[in-house]
Write a protein that binds this ligand. Structure first.
Ligand code: ZN
Length: 138
């Protein structure tokens, strides 16, 4: 959220784009979304929406999507992380099955924002607004 003005991180399930094609599983609003857009700090920054047209599960077996994996990824965005190109990181842009353990790159990224450790490969945000995680149909 923005500067304590509103709720910090709200989580919901909505229709985003269905479950085929370039399939957005979820999206998150990055911190200070409204402020960085030239507006006043609001409460949408940090919010996460999951696509209710995908099949979610605890573990991601079969054709289902592991909810925990995507939640971990989206909350990374809520905290200010962008996508990473490091294979195996939670912040990779494409869902590749269950991934429930933070990669060293994820840790470096969050420490670059909130702690003293420099030089993460994870991209700290440049863009503003919505970032989604995609799953390409197989
Ligand atoms: Zn993402």
């Amino acid at each position: 959220g923005g500067g304590g003005v509103g709720g910090d991180i709200r989580v919901g399930a909505i229709y985003i784009d269905g479950s085929s094609g370039e399939n957005v599983l979820a999206h998150a609003y990055q911190p200070l979304t409204e402020l960085l857009s030239g507006g006043v700090p609001g409460s949408i920054g940090g919010d996460v929406h999951f696509d209710n047209s995908n099949s979610w599960s605890d573990g991601g077996g079969g054709s289902t999507i592991d909810f925990f994996t995507v939640a971990l990824h989206e909350l990374g965005h809520s905290l200010g992380l962008g996508h990473s190109t490091v294979v195996g990181s939670v912040m990779e842009a494409i869902y590749a099955g269950s991934r429930r353990t933070l990669h060293a790159d994820d840790i470096a990224g969050i420490q670059a924002i909130y702690g003293p450790v420099p030089g993460p490969a994870t991209f700290v945000i440049f863009a503003i607004g919505i970032i989604g995680i995609f799953r390409f149909s197989r």
